[in-house]
Write a protein that binds this ligand. Structure first.
Ligand code: ADP
Ligand code: MG
Length: 398
């Protein structure tokens, strides 16, 4: 059990999955994957405690795929996720890992999408359903979703579903699916209501806990700037100009209003920026993420809730423009960069009176955060000249 598992093949996954993993470039299973996959393959219940960015999606998607009966076109697995964005992301991951499983169907269902489309898709049949709790409950009540053949139920980001007020819906779904099902629950934290659910609805779950600091932040360079002498907006634009290896950034602020305000100011300064907050319609939020992915947008100014779980590999920088409320929020925030094994950078703006938060974060991540100073006007000018020269050389080269 404690043997170190250093390959997906050692986890006895079917060859169709192994070749998909080779295609996506995963070399070794992450710690939570190595720990969870055998338990789920064996059909046992599981309680997984791990931070974002530890690779939870593959930890449950791979064993679910391995256990599917493709000939039976009925939902055999249901994944509940807190938001539409996460549901879509998880469904996309299933699709990716099932690349060499012809005939496989995964269907995301969430509020805000047309019922007509969803009903039609459901009637065509799918092996895996990924949905938000409210909409899944809706379909179960209407009997448009039949879970008689359900083998596995996954609760992804259970603490977030709790925070968003979905806990009753989740319990209702747990009470209205075959009691013989396997249940896996993943959560970054284990507040009491989540513990209660696992006691009531899980059978002797194997507990797997992955420590916060390890996987999450190791590839991310963390720095802070003590806010003084210049205003934050000015500091931000200067920093963005001189940062090396800059591709795209997510900037965190505390309020919805501030997302719009800062995004507008950055746009006025010539940057491709947009806001992302909980007041925007799901469709708009999705558009913003899509534009960030395809490069028509470089900067997204977001609140914690709106940005949670975003997985866009080109995000090279996370800027904590306003300090997070707690260390956990910080870890979630910076986990938006350094995705898929890439390098990432996190910069925290702290006012002198917020230095206690900095110490708390260093304690929680068990890593030092380096101080940086504001680039001088001279450095910014130098960098502009250098960039201009690069551009000219490029043009000449062509
Ligand atoms: P979590 O759900 O724990 O926040 P994800 O499942 O979203 O984490 O995975 C985070 C990122 O790591 C994704 O970009 C995913 O493709 C990548 N990833 C997951 N497992 C591996 C692995 N074994 N090797 C390399 N990259 C991985
Ligand atoms: Mg996840």
């Amino acid at each position: 059990m404690t043997d170190t598992i250093d390959s997906f093949a050692a986890l006895k996954l079917p060859s169709a999955l192994l070749s998909a993993l080779t295609d996506v470039g995963y070399e070794t299973p992450s710690p939570i994957q190595a720990a969870c996959i055998p338990v789920l393959l064996a059909g046992n219940d599981l309680l997984g405690e791990a931070q974002t960015g530890t690779g939870k999606t593959a930890a449950f998607a791979l064993p679910v795929l391995a256990r599917l009966n493709l000939a039976l076109k009925k939902p055999q697995a249901l994944v509940l996720a807190p938001t539409r964005e996460l549901a879509i992301q998880v469904a996309e991951a299933f699709q990716k890992y099932a690349k060499h499983m012809p005939g496989f169907h995964v269907l995301p269902v969430y509020g805000g999408q047309s019922m007509v489309i969803q009903l039609r898709a459901l009637s065509r049949g799918a092996h895996v359903i990924v949905g938000t709790p409210g909409r899944v409950m809706d379909h179960l009540e209407r009997k448009s979703l039949n879970l008689d053949a359900l083998q596995t139920l996954i609760l992804d980001e259970a603490d977030e579903m709790l925070r968003m007020g979905f806990i009753d819906d989740v319990e209702w779904i747990l009470g209205n699916t075959p009691a013989t099902r396997q249940t896996a629950l993943f959560s970054a934290t284990m507040p009491e209501p989540i513990r209660r659910i696992t006691k009531r609805y899980q059978r002797d779950p194997q507990q797997i806990k992955i420590k916060a600091a390890t996987a999450t932040v190791s590839t991310i360079r963390q720095r802070y700037w003590q806010v003084r002498g210049a205003d934050k907006l000015d500091a931000l634009t200067r920093m963005l100009e001189v940062e090396e290896d800059f591709d795209a950034a997510i900037i965190f602020v505390r309020t919805k209003l501030a997302t719009v305000d800062l995004a507008e100011k950055l746009e006025a300064r010539g940057m491709e920026a947009a806001a992302l907050n909980g007041d925007m319609t799901q469709g708009l939020r999705e558009q913003v993420i899509e534009r960030l992915k395809n490069g028509s947008l470089d900067i997204v100014v977001a609140t914690d809730v709106a940005a949670r779980g975003i997985d866009v590999p080109r995000v090279s920088h996370v800027i904590n423009y306003d300090v997070p409320y707690d260390t956990e929020a910080y870890i979630h925030r910076i986990g938006r960069t350094g995705r898929a094994g890439r390098a990432g950078s996190a910069i925290l703006f702290v006012a002198p009176r917020e230095m206690r938060m900095l110490k708390a974060i260093e304690g929680a991540t068990r890593q030092k955060i380096e101080p940086i100073s504001l680039p001088t006007a001279g450095e910014v000018a130098e960098r502009r000249v250098a960039q201009f020269q690069e551009q000219i050389l490029e043009v000449l080269g062509n």
